[in-house]
Design a binder for this molecule. Structure first.
Ligand SMILES: [Cu+2]
Length: 698
């Protein structure tokens, strides 16, 4: 029923981090057995499992308590992971105040869903909320809206972006059920993903209340990991940022009448802290874990934040962090010793951790400089001189501000009976452990392949600004435009990426996320399936770039020095001899060759850029991309690429790059052989005609 390795690890972890004994609510068991679970019920039957006004209380008011682990959901006997997610209200007693939240299954975070490569997941999302939906209609487009409409996104999974899979354009209105089916390929990289709502206009409001959970792709038994890695006790740490004051604005605009956020008076009723803006772990304020001295543990950390970035380190340096994977993809040079653990919103880290001195150790928030001042009237008032002092609170992407909350986690390091294990040996990702969609794309042969497929590199740049119809840049989105994009009223603050189509940021044409009567048609670029492609992420420090469906590899990191006037050169690509990552801990964390699905650069250099490469592997259709500051996404900083061609097509050269890489359909540990769709190149597949879309401009 469950992965034995995972179960062993969980049992081992149970001594240090108990599965929540006081779960706010038992999820109703609608099914008598696994066979019954495979059947779909009626909408009424699912809704009968909602709390229907009888809200549970989640009590996280106490600080410095033992960390709870979320409940774990695993596959049924037939290898299908089935789960019902109730999106419903709960009363949350926080460390400083109480409030009403919308959460998954009455818990913060939601249950951890565990799946293995080759399995299928069937998730029924039950929206227990009632009408009205809140602010809606054309005027609400690219604004905070419809807080009671929801959907589900599996962040970090290499799966189809089309229904009934990870289609984030699908909607689940109040009192309805949506059935997702996700097919996970045999060659899917085991690692960490997570799930959260992704209904445009309500993504930030919904996710930031605690509606999020971990999704772990477990290692198959055959995975050739050393036993010492497999047997490390696992500790799941979902770091969450909750800032009531920011959410109050969002809730007001969205006409949220369900929570009490709009009218919340910020009276501190609980005694663990007086902060109303804090980082929680698994919903708890400053929780505590216990570790035996010298023993290795597997920390699975992630940041479910809609705005703030976070970094932490061991205060006394008596705990070691060895990074194994980022964003669910194993490092080529694992384990990589890292002095600081870094997360932008949505990032995950898989770490081997040990503490070497008995006593209490603190995990301290660090002060990595990256400041970006929002000032939409005067875009860059301090261009090149943005190390402002005093620190301005209206920032995005800060990894910083230890003054806000200096410590996020306590570790009680206790004496152990057994001798400490020896240091970790190198754990390189061997060729036979690499899925073909993750082969190294960092060489000249690939350059030639890219040049063939992409005449011009696509440049991605994001921005937020007030619409100014006196400027020609805004012509396309102002009233009277002729390109089929909704006109925005003068002065509306809108977020966007730059266009035009197929080119991106080299021409200053704002392209907010757009719909029209025929559906979502404002693609920003298209890619042929089964090819390698490159994107330059410009001004990459300000907005974490997240891409659905296909993860990407960092192939270049560039910056530009300041000139004698203190101004920054905004020429792209930047200077190859200028690494903009000023801090050593940051340079260790972000390296050429690393894979990510969400990427932001902690630097003070405004014009710093990354180049990324990815394969358009297997999945045709929509590939969404957006800023993972979800407030920006809701305001339009989102777009989609179209991947055209025959579903199932893979890059034919992957096996030339790495003859042992795992093809689609080929499981880990299998001895060579062909996958079920093995070797199907873009020449052998039947190429579908590209969809016409009205607002495309080339
Ligand atoms: Cu952003």
């Amino acid at each position: 029923m469950t992965c034995l390795g995972a179960l062993t690890a969980l049992l081992a972890a149970a001594a240090t981090a108990a599965v929540r004994p006081d779960a706010a609510r038992e999820v109703p068991d609608l099914f008598s057995d696994d066979v019954a679970k495979s059947q779909k019920l009626s909408t009424e039957e699912y809704l009968a499992g909602c709390t229907n006004g009888n809200y549970p209380t989640i009590d996280d008011s106490a600080g410095e308590e033992q960390l709870h682990q979320p409940p774990q959901v695993t596959a049924d006997r037939d290898g299908v992971v089935r789960h019902v997610i109730y999106y419903d209200l709960a009363y949350w007693k926080g460390p400083s105040f109480d409030t009403i939240v919308r959460v998954y299954n009455g818990q913060i975070p939601g249950p951890t869903i565990r799946v293995k490569p080759g399995q299928t997941m069937e998730i029924s999302l039950v929206n227990c909320l009632e009408d009205p939906v809140g602010h809606d209609g054309p005027a609400a487009h690219n604004m905070y809206k419809t807080p009671n409409v929801t959907n589900l996104h599996l962040h970090g999974m290499h799966i189809s972006g089309m229904a009934p899979g990870d289609d984030i354009l699908a909607k689940t209105p109040p009192r309805s059920v949506y059935h997702y089916t996700y097919v996970i390929d045999e060659n899917h990289m085991p690692g960490m993903a997570w799930y959260h709502p992704h209904h445009h206009g309500a993504t930030a409001l919904q996710t930031s209340q605690g509606a999020a959970g971990m999704l772990l792709v477990d290692y198959p038994d055959e995975y050739p990991h050393p036993a010492r890695i497999k047997d490390m006790p696992e500790i799941q740490l979902m770091i969450m940022h909750l800032d009531l004051e920011i959410l109050r604005d969002t809730a007001a605009t969205a006409q949220d009448r369900v929570t009490n956020w709009v009218d919340h008076n910020f009276v501190i009723t609980n005694s663990s802290t007086t902060l109303t803006d804090f980082l929680l772990i698994n919903g708890q304020f400053l929780p505590k874990i216990t570790m035996e001295v010298g023993k290795w543990y597997r920390w699975k950390t992630m940041l479910s934040s809609v705005q703030m970035s976070a970094a932490f380190e061991s205060q006394s340096k008596d705990c070691e962090f060895h990074l194994l994977a980022k964003d669910g993809i194993f490092l080529q040079d694992a384990p990589r010793e890292v002095p600081v653990v870094l997360h932008s919103p949505g990032n995950r880290a898989d770490l081997a951790v040990r503490c070497n001195k008995v006593g209490q150790e603190r995990m301290n928030v660090t002060n990595i400089p990256m400041q970006f001042v929002f000032d939409s009237d005067n875009q860059f008032p301090e261009r090149g001189r943005q190390k402002t002092d005093p620190y301005i609170p209206d920032l995005v992407g800060n990894f910083t501000d230890p003054a806000l909350q200096p410590v996020i986690l306590l570790v009680d390091v206790v004496a152990a009976d057994v001798a400490a294990p020896p240091p970790l040996e190198p754990l390189p990702l061997t060729p036979s452990m690499t899925p073909c969609y993750l082969v190294d794309l960092n060489n000249a042969e690939v350059d030639a392949e890219i040049a063939k497929n992409v005449p011009e590199y696509f440049q991605n740049r994001y921005n937020c600004n007030n619409v100014d119809c006196s400027k020609p840049d805004y012509a396309d989105i102002c009233p009277g435009n002729d390109v089929g994009i909704r006109p925005y009223p003068e002065g509306q603050n809108v977020c966007y990426m730059y266009g035009p189509y197929g080119v991106g940021g080299d021409v200053m044409k704002p392209r907010p996320f757009e719909v029209n009567a025929e559906g979502y048609v404002v693609y920003i670029n298209d890619y042929q399936i089964g090819t390698v492609n490159e994107i330059e992420l410009q001004q990459a420090r300000s907005h974490p770039y997240h891409q659905h469906v296909n993860p990407y590899q960092i192939v270049d990191i560039r910056g530009n020095a300041l000139d004698e006037n203190g101004d920054q050169d905004f020429t792209y690509p930047g200077d190859p001899n200028n690494n903009p990552l000023e801090e050593e801990s940051v340079r260790i964390w972000y390296q050429k060759g690393d894979w990510h699905d969400t990427l932001q650069m902690p630097t003070t250099q405004t014009s710093a850029s990354f180049r990324i490469r990815f394969q358009t592997d297997q999945f045709a259709g929509h590939m969404i991309q957006h800023c993972h500051i979800l407030f920006h996404e809701d305001k339009g900083m989102m777009s989609q690429y179209e991947i055209f061609g025959a579903e199932g097509t893979v890059w034919p050269k992957a096996r030339e790059m790495n003859p042992q890489c795992l093809l689609s359909g080929q499981g880990f540990g299998s001895k060579g052989g062909k996958g079920k769709k093995g070797g199907k190149g873009n020449k052998s597949g039947k190429t579908s005609e590209r969809k016409k879309s009205g607002s495309k401009k080339k």
